[in-house]
Write a protein that binds this ligand. Structure first.
Ligand SMILES: Nc1ncnc2c1ncn2[C@@H]1O[C@H](COP(=O)(O)OP(=O)(O)OP(=O)(O)O)[C@@H](O)[C@H]1O
Length: 220
């Protein structure tokens, strides 16, 4: 497929702790086109977070490759990976992506400052779209769970990424907030972003174009 924005080929990742070896990814591939939402599901320990970390360039696969918008991300120096990540990727992990000592507005501005770009979305507009325009001046600890999830998504989308990678983005939010987040994901995909979302939620899987299942580091 030539129109895929995210291409992963034959990804392998194993971990060794003493005599114990875990094969977290066993040679899996993934292609995601612009505008497509792919949900990745699977039982605990099946390799979902490891896959997302390798796709984000936050972890290095032991074998295989990851390309984002035609640029190789895997097996590059940390600096290069950081540059590609800032320009092309929005990443939302469960640990969150907000710096505690900065307001929501400044968290967005910080991420935008990493990339030189002529036109960019104003933080206030981005937050308005998430329905939390009134929380721009708040610190992360002053946000509710649902507000944090939306602020995290705003930061992940701050540089209009080609690819959005999200690990359980609706993990701790109520039904209404989940619906809002999903509408935002769909809106972003309609604007051309390729989305990979790890989830246990049926509601999230229901808005995906494809649902893929991992078990023991392989697609099933
Ligand atoms: N840094 C690490 N060192 C050793 N083993 C690891 C490491 N990271 C992950 N693993 C192992 O790799 C396997 C896959 O883990 P991973 O976190 O990717 O699973 P997951 O599908 O995201 O699970 P969950 O749904 O519980 O978050 C597991 O057996 C896990 O114990």
């Amino acid at each position: 497929m030539t129109d895929s924005v995210l291409t992963a080929r034959s990804l392998y990742r194993f971990f060794r702790a003493g005599d114990e070896e875990t094969f977290a990814l066993q040679g899996i591939g993934l292609e995601v086109a612009a505008g497509e939402i792919v949900a990745v599901t699977g039982p605990s320990g099946s390799g979902k977070t490891t896959l997302l970390s390798c796709l984000a360039g936050l972890d290095e696969p032991d074998g295989g490759s990851v390309h984002i918008a035609g640029e190789r991300l895997s097996h590059r120096g940390e600096r290069e990976r950081g540059r590609i990540r800032a320009r092309r990727l929005g990443v939302l992990f469960q640990s969150g992506n907000l710096l505690d000592h900065l307001t929501v507005r400044d968290n967005i501005a910080l991420v935008q400052g990493l990339v030189r770009r002529k036109a960019r979305v104003r933080p206030a507009d981005l937050l308005d779209r998430m329905g939390i325009g009134n929380r721009a001046g708040a610190l992360p600890r002053q946000l509710s769970g649902g507000e944090s999830a939306r602020a995290g998504l705003a930061v992940a989308l701050a540089n209009d990424p080609a690819v959005l990678l999200a690990d359980e983005p609706t993990g701790e939010v109520d039904g209404e907030t989940e619906r809002r987040l999903l509408a935002l994901l769909r809106e972003r995909a309609a604007a051309g972003t390729a989305v990979v979302v790890v989830t246990h939620s049926r509601a999230v899987a229901a808005v995906a174009d494809r649902v893929l299942k991992l078990r023991d580091g392989r697609w099933v």
